[in-house]
Design a protein around this ligand. Structure first.
Ligand SMILES: [Ca+2]
Ligand SMILES: [Ca+2]
Ligand SMILES: [Ca+2]
Length: 146
């Protein structure tokens, strides 16, 4: 009974958009702006502007530690990451990520998914990326359980 409750609670937690975003799930679906089933690099970058607005939870024009839920920040530290967004996107090192820095930032997620390097994620590549994100999530869940 309590075990079921815990699993259900965990499932809800893991389905929250913020957590899903951190794992890269759903990012590409949302990036397919013209809904043709593929995501070009242009679409991916354009979708970031929208993505930024969601991450900037207090709408002050920056993504900084105030916008990162504490439990996510902790999880990143445990994984040996730096202070989250700052490391990857903070081009001028002021610990804040502006919209410009975010939109023009590295596209690691895209690069990793674009296995044939043609700057377009086709259906096969999108499916593979989704599987990889799911596997990463499962790994994390399994580790938590041990
Ligand atoms: Ca598209
Ligand atoms: Ca900055
Ligand atoms: Ca490709």
């Amino acid at each position: 009974m309590s075990r079921t409750f815990v699993s259900a609670a965990l499932l809800i937690l893991l389905s929250t958009p913020a957590l899903a975003q951190m794992r890269g799930e759903g990012v590409f679906e949302r990036s397919d702006l013209n809904k043709d089933g593929t995501v070009t690099r242009e679409e991916f970058v354009a979708a970031r502007a929208d993505h930024f607005a969601k991450l900037d939870r207090n709408s002050d024009g920056y993504i900084d530690s105030n916008d990162v839920p504490e439990r996510l920040a902790k999880r990143r530290k445990q994984k040996g990451g730096s202070d989250g967004m700052a490391g990857q996107f903070d081009a001028d090192g002021d610990k804040k990520v502006t919209k410009d820095e975010f939109v023009n930032g590295p596209t690691k997620l895209f690069d990793r998914a674009d296995t044939d390097k043609d700057n377009v994620l086709d259906a096969t590549e999108l499916a593979a990326a989704k599987e990889a994100a799911k596997a990463a999530g499962d790994n994390w869940r399994n580790r938590k359980r041990q």
